[in-house]
Design a protein around this ligand. Structure first.
Ligand code: 5GP
Length: 212
């Protein structure tokens, strides 16, 4: 096969794998996702409580494919649901994971970066912290999280990275609820966000539709 033919074949196979994963993820959301009042999509059967590691592995490969040329040296996420996903993704990049911690403590020590985040699912505001030891100006960071909704969690992580003077390569999100404000808040200032499944709408009786 010619070099051109080989490149086309590799590209074609990668594209095929991407389409298969996205379809697999959508099917899984339709099969196992449950819609709760307040626009909450529960995916406890495969992502947020019981974890389908095989599916997560494919998700890790896909985020690697999307961001592999960005010179990423660190994956950044927020506890708790982001950690498992970030760890799988990090294996493909062969880089460490740092996760931001939620705290309700009043005394925030001086050796951390901190920012307030309002939790979409719990409705409360936490101070979220990361040790200054783990984020540096020379870092190029990929943010990973399970959901993008109003964008508050992602914005908080972006604030922490900016406090450290590090560079943001982009964000990898497993499920984006595209009908909420996160899309506008994060993408319009120019942050690259790659979401593997984009939910267009959800109804209280459980009907979920996806963006094309
Ligand atoms: P945002 O800050 O973008 O409003 O919400 C993102 C965070 O809230 C994610 O870290 C995720 O854990 C949680 N979240 C937002 N929407 C949902 C949802 O519909 N289902 C679940 N399980 N978590 C959500």
């Amino acid at each position: 096969m010619s070099k051109c033919g080989l490149l086309f074949s590799v590209y074609h196979n990668q594209l095929k794998r991407q389409v298969i994963l996205m379809e697999l993820l959508k099917e899984r959301i339709l099969k196992d996702g449950k819609v709760f009042p307040g626009n909450v999509l529960k995916v406890d059967r495969f992502l947020n409580h019981q974890v389908d590691v095989k599916l997560l592995n494919e998700i890790g490969k896909e985020f690697y494919r999307l961001f592999k040329d960005e010179g990423i040296n660190k994956i950044f996420t927020i506890e708790a649901s982001g950690i498992g996903i970030a760890c799988i993704v990090a294996q493909y990049f062969d880089v460490p994971v740092v996760f931001a911690k939620k705290t309700l403590g009043k005394n925030i020590s001086s050796d951390v970066y901190s920012t307030p985040i309002t939790s979409f699912t719990h409705g409360r505001t936490y101070d979220v912290i990361v040790s200054q030891e783990f984020l540096h100006p020379e870092d190029k960071i990929l943010i990973i999280d399970d959901f993008l909704a109003q964008g508050c969690a992602l914005q908080g992580l972006i604030n922490l990275i900016k406090s450290a003077g590090a560079e943001i390569a982009g964000a990898g999100i497993v499920i984006e609820k595209a009908f909420q404000q996160g899309d506008e808040l994060i993408r319009s200032p120019g942050i690259r966000v790659e979401s593997l499944a984009r939910v267009e709408s959800m109804t209280d009786d459980g009907k979920i539709t996806f963006c094309d």
